[in-house]
Design a protein around this ligand. Structure first.
Ligand code: HEM
Ligand code: HEM
Length: 204
């Protein structure tokens, strides 16, 4: 595929280097988009067990420390997701010319819902903490100040956070199941779009 002129996103731009095209000829996500994606995925897979452990521990210093980690990882996810959305405006998702339109639409809806829930969760998490008047520590480095205590609003934020977790599970599960389906059943090289070049073309 060396010399391919496949372009990223909807707007046609300059031709992409060969390393921006998968072995089967699909345009890849930009390396920055790939890096941000996999960092978010790793942090998302960390923030959930931290929450499960934190809520199930008996009141003790360890519980507090696990909560600090949960909140700090959650706030990091918030920053990265905001950055991802801004970056996505600069570098839109590459088109997938081989995929049926309905499949592309389902994928895009899943992606936007993932962005939405990974904004809603950290914001509701921060609010449920802050509206009880507490500051939020960030990895024992500094604290994000709390807000004026408001029990009613705090309860709403807490409900959103607790119900929101089920949307996280469903959307991430669908997302990963969809990727596995592409990989094993359709064998259309979709996962490669989100991975760096694997076949040595990057070293030329
Ligand atoms: C992507 C980000 C986040 C995700 C996916 C997430 C997910 C969760 C989950 C699954 C629970 C356990 C709920 C349960 O079963 O009881 C939880 C609890 C909690 N989270 Fe988060 N969280 C995120 C960010 C945050 C942030 C940024 C904060 C605070 C700054 C926070 C504060 C809390 C608190 C205080 C609880 C305990 C709530 C309670 O038991 O009433 N979370 N979170
Ligand atoms: C380890 C599990 C994961 C795998 C295997 C995976 C795989 C992929 C793949 C292959 C794509 C590209 C789809 C395409 O070509 O159209 C993608 C895109 C995306 N993934 Fe994941 N992903 C994982 C975890 C996550 C998690 C936890 C999130 C949560 C935020 C996430 C959010 C997204 C988003 C928002 C996009 C769309 C990017 C864009 O177009 O801006 N992924 N993922």
């Amino acid at each position: 595929m060396a010399g391919s002129s496949i372009t990223a996103g909807k707007k046609a731009g300059a031709p992409l280097p060969a390393t921006y095209v998968t072995a089967s000829g699909l345009p890849r996500y930009h390396p920055v988009s790939q890096a941000l994606h996999w960092v978010t995925a790793a942090l998302a897979l960390a923030v959930l067990p931290l929450a499960w452990v934190a809520v199930s521990l008996p009141p003790a210093p360890l519980k507090g420390n696990i909560f600090v980690l949960h909140k700090s990882v959650g706030l990091t996810i918030l920053a990265i997701v905001v950055l991802r959305i801004v970056w996505r405006m600069i570098r839109p998702a590459p088109a997938d010319p081989q995929a049926p339109r309905l499949l592309t639409l389902i994928g895009r809806v899943n992606h936007w819902l993932l962005y939405a829930i990974f904004l809603i969760m950290p914001v509701s998490g921060y609010l449920l903490s802050a509206l009880s008047g507490r500051d939020t520590p960030y990895f024992w480095l500094f604290t994000v100040p709390g807000l004026t205590k408001d029990e009613g609003a705090q309860k709403i934020a807490e409900s959103i956070h607790l119900v929101g977790q089920w949307f996280v599970y469903a959307l991430v599960l669908l997302h990963v199941a969809g990727t596995i389906w592409h990989l094993v059943i359709r064998r259309d090289g979709l996962l490669e779009r989100m991975l760096p070049v694997q076949d040595g073309r990057g070293s030329r």
